[in-house]
Every structure is written in structure tokens, then in C-alpha cells.
Ligand binder design. Sequence first.
Ligand SMILES: [Zn+2]
Length: 150
Amino acid sequence: MNQENSDSKKCPICGKSTHKESKYCIFHASAEEKTAEEFKEALKEYIVKIIKEDKDYYFERFIFIGDINFKAELNIKIFKNANFMEAIFKGNVNFGSLTFRGNANFMTTTFERIADFGYTTFEGYVFLELQYSRGILFLYIQSLRAILTL
Ligand SMILES: [Zn+2]
């Protein structure tokens, strides 16, 4: 335990402060190193900041735990340049009825449970290369320019 340096520990992936004993931040820490409750709380704060500052939705290599509904729970209506590259969803995830604007990057995104893209609108390019072992993928996509490598 080095109390002096505890505040300066940074996630090697994104530079955010590390989470508890993990060497990663709460978003990049493994599922075992965080609870669904604290993850969702941090995710809410993160998204509020993105919306307020009008930033891109950057979730590269995030490890999502618990069930997540982006529209109902996190109040996202439009994903601007969403990047879920190499992200892992441990629980069910719902992208239903929302709009992706700009690029939507799902390259080597892993869905371990249900991924629901019901009536999702993609206005820009979609990059899809999904890994799902036992998951179920619902795709009712209104897409103009999808690039699919399923
Ligand atoms: Zn991180």
C-alpha cells in the first residue's frame, strides 16, 4: 500500500484513475474487479459528461457488466461517433430505438448475452464484426450504409 501514489495511478488504456485494487479504471477493469451498481453509476456520470460537452461516444475496450439499456436507463437518444471496438458486454444490452450518427464502430465487440438493436437507426457507416458465443442478436436495423462482416 503506497498511499502517496494512490491518487496518481492511471489506467494504462485511457488514463483515468484506477478503480480500487485494479490497475485499470472502472470501465476497463475486469468484471471481477467491479460491481454492476458501481459500474452503471460511473457510466451514467461518463455519459452525462459526453452529452454536456458534445463529445464522441468512446467505449473502446470497455467491459460492460450488468444489463444495460442505453435509451431507457442512460437517456441516450443519439450516439455520435460511437466506438465500441473490442468492448465486451457481459449482460444483456439494448440499443433499441436510438440513432447512431456518424460512424458506429462495433469491430470485434463481444456480446455474451442478448444484444438488441431493435429499430436502431444508423445514419452513418456501421462497422460490425461481432463475437457472440451464446448470445442472441436482434437486428432490425434501418441502415443505409452498413458494412457487415458477421
Ligand atoms: Zn480505462
